[in-house]
Design a protein around this ligand. Structure first.
Ligand SMILES: *Cc1c(COP(=O)(O)O)cnc(C)c1O
Length: 383
């Protein structure tokens, strides 16, 4: 380990704040999503597998037979490859042209989002004497990356002429699949289907069509096409309350800490920075060693809840960098009692709602300072 660039050293007993990942839950969710959709499932591993640990999750899912992986950046794909994982990996993000050789050398699939990018990929593949595997990216209403649906003809023609490229897929991304109102989603689907109907004629075959994120995988059969791309649902997070009960998902992650300090605060005494909360009566307050530097959102100041001894209690005052305070009223808690930040009795979707954000933001926000521990068949496993 390089001490100069490390941020801490392990102690003989770790600080109590940690994440516990149940690998069985991830395979359970993968299989449930496959059963529900009836098509291939691409497991989305970006952002450190939504905080669950990209290396361990990639290895685990490959061993479980996952057919495809998706990540955001080339560097994430390189890590997965460096671990010896052979499963196809697509990088969703816009191709950074100087990185094309790295994609090709490591057999990583590229999102071909414009004629120019596609032709660039083709030239580099010719220079290196290798095949490039591409997924044509159509923009049907997200306005992020991709060729506009009304310009897909030239992209498809270019794909036909890019002799060093294997067109493995064609896809688009939905902007509103988690909404109860699916009007825009149907418009996007219609645009995509119209677009790709010409592709088989141009190429002489139909590559793998994929559209659905977790929300559309759960809620919209029409979007399943040949493959779905699932991130949050794979980790057991429900994309929206109205999608509950359709696919049996298990939360894969628990974020735990423990009580490190207990006190009684007298009436009229404010708690934490800025004195934004004040006791009205004698109350018991415990301190928990987690803060915004661990990714516990500062937005949870006076909004958050934690579970101690099976009961939810409010986070009072501002979330500090490394600590939070919790009001347990007249109840009992002892130093060392476990505190659930995300887990049984407190699903990540609830925490996200309290922080006025989405589950992704909470999960991938859990910082590198928080150690991850893994479990399989109820037993701890050493990654
Ligand atoms: C992140 C991402 C997904 C997965 O989204 P979830 O809502 O987490 O399932 C799918 N497709 C693309 C292109 C993405 O960027």
């Amino acid at each position: 380990m390089d001490l100069l660039t490390a941020t801490s050293l392990p102690a003989s007993q770790p600080r109590p704040t940690h994440v516990k990942v149940d690998l069985d839950a991830i395979t359970h969710n993968y299989n449930a999503l496959q059963l529900h959709s009836g098509v291939k499932v691409m497991a989305v591993l970006k952002a450190n597998a939504y905080g669950h640990g990209i290396g361990v999750v990639a290895r685990h899912l490959e061993a479980a037979g996952a057919s495809a992986f998706g990540v955001a950046y080339l560097e994430e794909a390189l890590l997965v490859r460096a671990l010896g994982v052979k499963t196809p990996i697509l990088v969703f993000g816009g191709v950074v042209t100087p990185q094309i050789p790295d994609f090709l050398r490591h057999d990583i699939q590229l999102a071909a989002s414009s004629v120019e990018k596609l032709e660039h990929i083709n030239r580099v593949a010719a220079e290196l004497g290798v095949r490039a595997k591409v997924h044509l990216k159509i923009d049907t209403g997200m306005e992020r990356i991709g060729t506009h649906y009304y310009n897909c003809g030239p992209l498809f023609d270019a794909a036909k002429h890019c002799t060093e490229c294997d067109v493995e897929g064609v896809y688009t991304h939905l902007a509103n699949a988690d909404s109860e109102d699916l009007a825009h989603t149907h418009v996007q689907l219609e645009r995509f289907n119209t677009c790709v109907s010409a592709l088989a004629d141009t190429l002489g075959f139909m590559p793998v069509r994929h559209v659905a994120n977790s929300a559309a995988t759960i809620g919209l059969y029409a979007a399943h096409c040949d493959m779905v791309r699932s991130g949050q649902a794979l980790y057991g997070a429900l994309p929206a309350p109205h999608l509950a009960g359709r696919v049996p998902l298990k939360a894969a992650l628990e974020w735990q800490s423990s009580v490190v300090f207990f006190k009684v605060v007298k009436p009229g005494h404010p708690v934490s920075y800025g004195s934004t909360w004040e006791t009205e009566r004698n109350t018991r307050v415990v301190t928990v060693p987690v803060g915004y530097a661990d990714g516990y959102p500062r937005r949870l100041s006076n909004q958050g809840e934690v579970v101690i001894r099976g009961k939810r209690y409010p986070v009072i005052g501002r979330v500090c960098m490394d600590q939070i305070m919790v009001d347990i009223g007249d109840d009992e808690a002892w130093n060392g009692d476990p505190v659930t930040l995300v887990g049984p009795g407190l699903p990540v979707s609830d925490v996200a709602r309290l922080a006025d954000t989405i589950a992704h933001d909470i999960l991938c926000g859990i910082s590198a300072r928080v150690p991850r521990f893994y479990h399989r068949s109820g037993q701890p496993v050493q990654p």
